[in-house]
Ligand binder design. Sequence first.
Ligand SMILES: NC(=O)c1ccc[n+]([C@@H]2O[C@H](COP(=O)([O-])OP(=O)(O)OC[C@H]3O[C@@H](n4cnc5c(N)ncnc54)[C@H](O)[C@@H]3O)[C@@H](O)[C@H]2O)c1
Length: 257
Amino acid sequence: MNQKTAVVTGGGRGIGHAIALQLAQEGYALAILDINDEEKIRDNLEQIRSVNGNLFYFHGDLGCSQDRITFAREVREKYGRVDVLVNNAGVAPKVRADLLEMTEESFDFVIGINLKGTFFLTQAIAKDMLKAKAQDPAFRPVIITISSNSEYTSSINRGEYCMSKAGLGMMTKLFADRLAGDGIPVYEIRPGIIRTDMTKTVSEKYDRMISEGLLPIRRWGEPQDIANAVSALCSGKLAYTTGQAIDVDGGFHIRRL
Ligand SMILES: NC(=O)c1ccc[n+]([C@@H]2O[C@H](COP(=O)([O-])OP(=O)(O)OC[C@H]3O[C@@H](n4cnc5c(N)ncnc54)[C@H](O)[C@@H]3O)[C@@H](O)[C@H]2O)c1
């Protein structure tokens, strides 16, 4: 297939949907792995289909080994090769509990999807990218992981989420190191506070913190802010870089006095 292909996990809504739509607008055929029922996100998927028509939606669980294997195989069969992998799907703990009360069940749930699922899907797709590169040395795929400012910021009532995102930071460096010699750059985007369903339940708290000056750029981030950063990383203009983390967070990461 001549059209470039992008895989976006969790592309059904929120940040993932904005990324998928952006890449569709740039001409990519899309493959989305998401646990959402297709019915629930029909409008979002239609929006992507209306751009260039080429969307493969796979209803599955990133945390489930069999779903990852089946998804990767079906993407291979349908599109042949993957130009861009965006690891976006992620979950917060179902209950925000103090670190001393965190359950093993919640730890396994969050780490199993955010870190283990993302690692093994990346491993599978990276192997496919290497095979495609062996056939066509000009092929220039890229891998991008959406982690979080929680990678380096303590929230003691969702420690499992912070640990999963810290793990993705190291995962990025590891894949960047392993794949650099093969010409596959690997990046990480660390969003700050982005307006999506994930932050809806704590929006009043963040409204207050932002108005009180938490962020140097005094506004919420929007999913499109992350989609624009993905677009820049896919542009091929950063050819002598790999392993970077880009903070798309209104300056949250800057220490201030
Ligand atoms: N919203 C923020 O402020 C913020 C900040 C930092 C990082 N992030 C990260 O950005 C990513 C997207 O977040 P969002 O705010 O759009 O969240 P969201 O909850 O709105 O969307 C997440 C998407 O991932 C999918 N998903 C969840 N579990 C899945 C699974 N097991 N298998 C497959 N798909 C699954 C969901 O169905 C959904 O479509 C996440 O990794 C999140 O941790 C978000």
